[in-house]
Design a protein around this ligand. Structure first.
Ligand SMILES: [Zn+2]
Length: 264
């Protein structure tokens, strides 16, 4: 029998097979209610995962942002001076979070531009994870040194992503690591899934067709960084179309999905 022979003449079966062969967008499991997004700088999450965040909050999930620095080195043509920048960036971050429906923004206060994946940073992130007790942690990819031919991944991004993954496993779930956190009343916590943004290659996509406009609005809240932000919609739409093409939808954000524990 030829392996190319059709085994079914049923149109519905054929349609199912085609669907299975094509990449499709993912959705978070219904039981995954609490999400913690960890990033180095105030606008990182708005650039990368805010379309997914807006979707998750619209689904009634609880999302917290943890920002390792407050972006004091984020000086550019739109920034009048670095003095006094921290309160501006903190205020912009809170406004962006409000637009996205994010419950809380935690600032760890590390110095922008010189972050390293130290034990101290891992302890700080472990403390946040044990306090928030998220089902899902969202962070960057510490292994990516550059993207394409135009962007060298910021060392703070790599450092924070590395410390975040180490905080998820083994630190958050292991009683013997950071016993000082037990003294603070913070019991071990097991994260169920990690969604890594900017991973090469990605293997999971969130459809952000309904939330791309909210994503753009949240990035425009960072006025000290984007000015009037006329370019924001075009840039973010381009990225969303590129990632959407991989998932068979119009607009998407791409991740690598790690399932550490199914909760059973
Ligand atoms: Zn950044």
């Amino acid at each position: 029998m030829s392996r190319r022979r059709r085994v079914s003449t049923c149109a519905a079966c054929d349609a199912t097979r085609v669907t299975r062969e094509r990449r499709a967008p993912s959705t978070l499991g219904a039981a995954l209610r609490r999400i913690l997004c960890i990033a180095a700088h105030p606008d990182d999450l708005e650039f990368t995962v805010s379309g997914s965040v807006a979707r998750w909050t619209s689904e009634g999930r609880d999302v917290t942002f943890c920002l390792v620095t407050t972006g004091g080195a984020g000086t550019n043509e739109h920034t009048p001076s670095s003095e006094g920048l921290l309160p501006i960036r903190e205020r912009e971050s809170r406004e962006a979070a409000r637009i996205l429906g994010v419950t809380e923004v935690i600032f760890l206060g590390h110095q922008d531009g010189v972050v390293e994946p130290t034990i101290a940073l891992r302890r700080d992130l472990t403390r946040v994870i044990r306090r928030c007790r998220p089902d899902v942690v969202v962070c960057g990819d510490p292994t990516v040194r550059y993207y394409g031919n135009e962007y060298l991944n910021h060392p703070d991004h790599r450092a924070v992503a590395s410390a975040a993954l180490d905080a998820v496993f083994p630190s958050s779930e292991t009683r013997a690591i950071f016993p000082e956190l037990l003294a603070e009343g913070l019991e071990p916590h097991k994260v169920k899934e990690v969604w890594i943004s900017g991973a090469l290659p990605p293997d999971a996509w969130i459809d952000i067709g309904d939330t791309l406009a909210t994503k753009c609005a949240s990035l425009k809240a960072h006025v000290s960084q984007v000015g009037k932000g006329e370019w924001v919609d075009g840039l973010l739409r381009g990225w969303a179309v590129r990632d959407g093409q991989q998932a068979g939808v119009e607009h998407a954000e791409a991740f690598r999905r790690m399932v550490l524990w199914d909760g059973k």
